[in-house]
Write a protein that binds this ligand. Sequence first.
Ligand SMILES: Nc1ncnc2c1ncn2[C@@H]1O[C@H](COP(=O)(O)OP(=O)(O)OP(=O)(O)O)[C@@H](O)[C@H]1O
Ligand SMILES: [Mg+2]
Length: 347
Amino acid sequence: MRLPGSSEGVREGARTGRGQGFVPALPPTAPSAVRRLPDMREEPAVDVVGLVKRYGSKTAVDGLDLSVGRGTVSAVLGPNGAGKTTTVETCEGYRRPDAGTVRIFGLDPVADAAALRPRVGVMLQSGGVYSGARAEEMLRHTATLHAHPLDVAALIERLGLGSCGRTTYRRLSGGQQQRLALAMAVVGRPELVFLDEPTAGLDPQARRATWDLVRDLRRDGVTVVLTTHYMDEAEQLADHVAIIDGGKVIAQGTPEELCRGGAENTLRFSGRPALDLASLLKALPVDSTAAELTPGGYRVTGKVNPQMLATVTSWCAQNGVMPDRISVERHTLEDVFLELTGKELRA
Ligand SMILES: Nc1ncnc2c1ncn2[C@@H]1O[C@H](COP(=O)(O)OP(=O)(O)OP(=O)(O)O)[C@@H](O)[C@H]1O
Ligand SMILES: [Mg+2]
């Protein structure tokens, strides 16, 4: 049985400055109540250099570099099969690199696993929880493995798991299993948490609760690395975004930096499906793109200015297209991703 975020040891020493809120302040006598100011000279929380990971002849991660500063939220964004899970599982010590180095707080995730276990919480993409155990029992057990766990009842309440306490893991719904795995990852008050697609398949309320929890972790000084397919999740939560494709980081920066790096804006319009976009592109300046994202839903990128708007509306007029909707929007991470990879993030 692999318990994400579990620890056999007793944690000692100071923790980074924990405030009020989700991670309650510790009693003044506890050793972990000593506040330590962030030290910029400290090792990054996660430092991956030239990581290569192969499965037989398949290279899943192909020379990936990633550095995550302490106390930040980083999103690893990429399509199915990009290498996100392989990368985080290597950081978690579940896989050994074939080449390159991975350091977590300056330590080796495999050789120094015992030292890292109390400091790092893990929510796996594929459960990783013993399926016959009852939800609350499991969470309480995980809490007992840590020196200063969170209040289990409050965490259960917060993640809406109140009705599932006596249910075995295998009988929980997919969303409940995910919320339990998230609770187990954070119950030990880790300094660093890996969340592999924490909100995939969650209903809007559970998604919102997860986002709030990530924000509170960040406020309390916890470093969070999450993988996601959702651009809005990365834009909302992350200080730093690494876009990966084909096992490599193809762009990284703050969401603002990434969005500034591409075209200025995006023009969207809707009309009848299957318009002749090749003819529209001929009318547009070089470096423009035009795509039909959903049947009848079009996106044009490039230098979106009044002239371009006039070109698109005049092309519509010439082609007998009356757009139901036309809008100019800020360039989003989704647009950046499309430009970089030529692929939609979610097929
Ligand atoms: N245990 C394994 N054995 C063989 N190939 C694997 C294994 N795990 C992953 N792969 C392959 O490695 C590549 C990267 O997989 P990975 O799970 O890291 O991607 P991902 O970015 O997490 O994708 P997803 O968004 O679907 O979760 C894929 O091509 C996948 O098929
Ligand atoms: Mg994955």
